[in-house]
Design a protein around this ligand. Structure first.
Ligand SMILES: C[C@H](O)[C@@H](O)[C@@H](O)C(=O)CO
Ligand SMILES: [Mn+2]
Length: 589
């Protein structure tokens, strides 16, 4: 069910030299056409999480002075604009026309056409933004264009789209909730939800529900019974139960296992309803429960109290994080296992930038080439030659992470609206649902197991909190890899064979944490990572700069880093400048 609220829009501000009597008149059409061209680019290339085209609002007139600037600001407020882009081919009056809204991401595209000084306006107004503490992104094409040229050069296009994707991610988070179901899981610090971080950096609110609410709704039947029957039937037909690897003497009976399936399917419906509500519940007389918690992302504690006597949350987390369920192919829900809210936010960042489902994983083991050879007699080669990292966590790894969706025969993870029925089925068929490890999960349940196909470009990230410093973001772009079957089995069976595995090799740069694969693991800031399809590190860095979250680790080339122009004032070393700028500006809200 798509979010009921009205998505924020991108506001476009055509800026013009206000001198009437010839100058302005000669530029009106060109300037407004720039705005229309960019609006067409955004609506044709970018989509909201529900798959609809991103919406743009253009000022009613070109903006030549403060009156038209404030008229535009009022229109943007009425139209729920969350991202602002000014465009201009000419000189204009910076502080009289600039966007002064401190809370929304903003950028200026100064047309590189020398007939009129568009680039001069860009520089002058960025200076104004910097002097006023309103950092803005500057976009200036490398090659001079003719003033009549309405095309968007490739370098400008890339920056416009990167800015819009990251800006819209900021706008989509604002005002929405993180829903914690339960509290701290096994002493995982990320489960200690920092409301100050959510409020000050993301503009989000925190909602909390005790895990007993899930139990109450199961026991009192507060879920859509018809959907439940449909869901249970679909689950039995599509979620193959695997071998029970528990010791014979403690294995649960068939009847208990069947009850376990019924329980976890109900849990799934209920966690979804807790996140986004369900009008069916109102029809059943549960008006309050029908509202949900407006949660863009949630976390389920699970371990240990719940899982010490009730079926675990693995099925619910895995299915909700996937792009399909009994209702068909649909947008994934961001659900963090172990209520690791910081990894949940990391999944959310990835999701809002890509509209693709996310893998939540423990960053579990670095396998050196020597260790692999010692235990398997296989000497790692190719992409595995420098060793690799075992990403594995019971629970919320999307089934899309199996890599069974394809573009030109290569494994990918797609936005839900591009996934075919056959690909959905391939992801389901690639997944086995093993009876949960009763040593860990005394209450039973089922854990999803699959092996991610190698050859997928992926990006792992994680938001970490440090006392006295605040949030920082880590980013590691890399690839999933295939291992010879016997090697995978030998390594995987040393761990938890019933959980989903992704073998990951980060791209190495030869310096710092990316000197070698071991250093990436050794530098990772927490037990978890959020893994997205694609090399999206540059977009993550753009997003982080909008939120004033410094990036402490990344393997993105300098040329791809796109941050507000103000960052240049904080020095030539990009990392130090990022820290200084984020510290100076402080959290966005
Ligand atoms: C089942 C185990 O307790 C796992 O949940 C645990 O190893 C973790 O995932 C820790 O992040
Ligand atoms: Mn974990």
């Amino acid at each position: 069910m798509a979010d009921q609220y009205q998505y924020p829009k991108i506001g476009i501000r055509p800026i013009i030299d206000g001198r009437l009597g010839g100058v302005r008149e000669s530029l009106e059409e060109t300037t407004m056409n720039m705005a229309k061209t960019v609006a067409e680019l955004f609506t044709s290339e970018l989509k909201y999480p529900d798959g609809t085209p991103m919406q743009c609002v253009i000022a009613d007139s070109c903006i030549g002075g403060v009156k038209e600037a404030t008229d535009c600001a009022r229109k943007f407020q009425r139209e729920n604009v969350g991202v602002s882009l000014s465009v201009t081919p000419c000189w204009c009056y910076g502080t009289e026309t600039m966007d002064m809204d401190p809370a929304i991401p903003k950028a200026i595209w100064g047309f590189n056409g020398t007939e009129r000084p568009g680039a001069v306006y860009l520089a002058a107004t960025l200076a104004g933004h910097n002097q006023k503490g309103l950092p803005s992104f500057g976009i200036y094409g490398r090659d001079v264009q003719d003033i009549t040229d309405r095309t968007v050069p490739a370098d400008v296009r890339e920056k416009l789209l990167s800015f819009a994707r990251a800006g819209m991610a900021v706008a989509l988070m604002k005002g929405r909730s993180y829903l914690a179901i339960g509290s701290v899981s096994m002493g995982i610090a990320g489960s200690e939800v920092s409301s100050d971080f959510f409020q000050s950096y993301l503009g989000m609110r925190n909602e909390y529900v005790d895990s007993t609410e899930v139990l109450r709704r199961i026991e009192q039947g507060i879920y859509d019974k018809d959907e439940y029957e449909k869901a249970l039937k679909w689950t039995k037909e599509n979620c193959a139960e695997g071998k029970d690897y528990n010791e014979e003497k403690i294995q649960r009976s068939r009847d208990q296992k069947d009850q376990g399936w019924e329980f976890v399917v109900k849990m799934t419906l209920i966690i979804r309803d807790l996140m986004e509500g369900n009008p069916k519940l109102a029809e059943m007389g549960y008006g309050e429960e029908a509202q949900g918690h407006d949660a863009l992302v949630s976390g389920f504690q699970g371990q240990r109290q719940w899982t010490d006597f009730l079926p675990n949350g693995d099925f619910s987390e895995a299915i909700l994080n996937s792009s399909f369920d009994w209702n068909g192919i649909r947008a994934p829900y961001m659900v963090a296992t172990e209520n690791d809210s910081l990894n949940g936010v990391s999944m959310l960042f990835n999701y809002l930038l890509t509209n693709t489902a996310q893998i939540f994983a423990d960053v579990r083991t670095y396998w050196s080439p020597d260790a692999v050879e010692r235990v398997t007699d296989w000497k790692p080669e190719g992409q595995a030659a420098n060793g690799f990292i075992h990403l594995i966590n019971s629970g919320s790894a999307t089934l899309d992470g199996s890599g069974r969706q394809k573009i030109d025969g290569k494994p990918v993870m797609k936005p839900f609206w591009e996934i075919s029925e056959a690909e959905k089925q391939d992801c389901l068929d690639a997944t086995t649902w093993y009876p949960a490890n009763l040593g860990y999960f005394r209450g039973g349940g089922y854990s999803s197991n699959y092996l991610t196909t190698g050859g997928m470009p992926v990006t792992m990230c994680r938001i970490n909190l440090s006392k006295g410093l605040g949030p920082t973001l880590q980013i590691a772009e890399g690839w999933t890899i295939d291992l010879p079957d016997h090697v995978h089995s030998a390594l995987d069976e040393r761990t938890d064979r019933t959980w989903p595995t992704t073998w990951f090799v980060p791209n190495l740069t030869g310096s710092g944490p990316f000197t070698d694969v071991y250093s990436v693991m050794n530098s990772w800031g927490a037990n978890h990572g959020a893994i997205s399809y694609g090399h999206i590190g540059a977009d993550l860095m753009t997003l982080a700069s909008m939120l004033r979250i410094p990036v402490c680790m990344h393997n993105v080339s300098d040329q791809k880093i796109f941050r507000p122009s103000a960052w240049n004032a904080f020095g030539m070393d990009k990392e130090g400048a990022d820290y200084r700028a984020c510290s100076t500006y402080g959290p966005l809200y």
